[in-house]
Design a protein around this ligand. Structure first.
Ligand code: SF4
Length: 107
């Protein structure tokens, strides 16, 4: 996942550079590389947090802590019949785990 984010942004940078030499484009390319590195690191940390989190449902790939009344557009979610709440499939969205304050170590 981290590699995908990084290579996606890297492609954008390469396209930008192919437009020709310009100091502003070079600066934008530098900034995009920096952003790509930050995102890639976030994904690595998120994957590790998710793996060790007591709220991560390893069978179904969703977070058992965060439960929403309505689904969020653009985020893969499943409806938890028992809790009557929408759960985020963090397997597909590790970025949620990266910034999550509810993380607790799996025992
Ligand atoms: S979103 Fe937070 S609580 Fe849920 S699995 Fe990820 S780190 Fe754990």
């Amino acid at each position: 996942m981290a590699v995908a984010y990084y290579s996606g942004l890297k492609r954008v940078v390469e396209r930008l550079k192919s437009l020709g030499q310009d100091s502003r484009k070079d600066k934008i390319a530098e900034d995009l590389y920096a952003l790509a590195r930050i995102l890639a690191n976030m994904m690595i940390i998120a994957t590790e947090k998710r793996r060790n989190c007591m709220y991560y449902n390893t069978e179904k790939g969703y977070c058992q802590f965060i439960g929403l009344e309505t689904p969020i557009h653009g985020i893969e979610m499943v409806f938890d019949e028992n809790a009557r709440r929408w759960r985020i499939v963090v397997l597909k969205h590790p970025e949620i785990c990266a910034v999550c304050p509810y993380w607790e170590l799996r025992k």
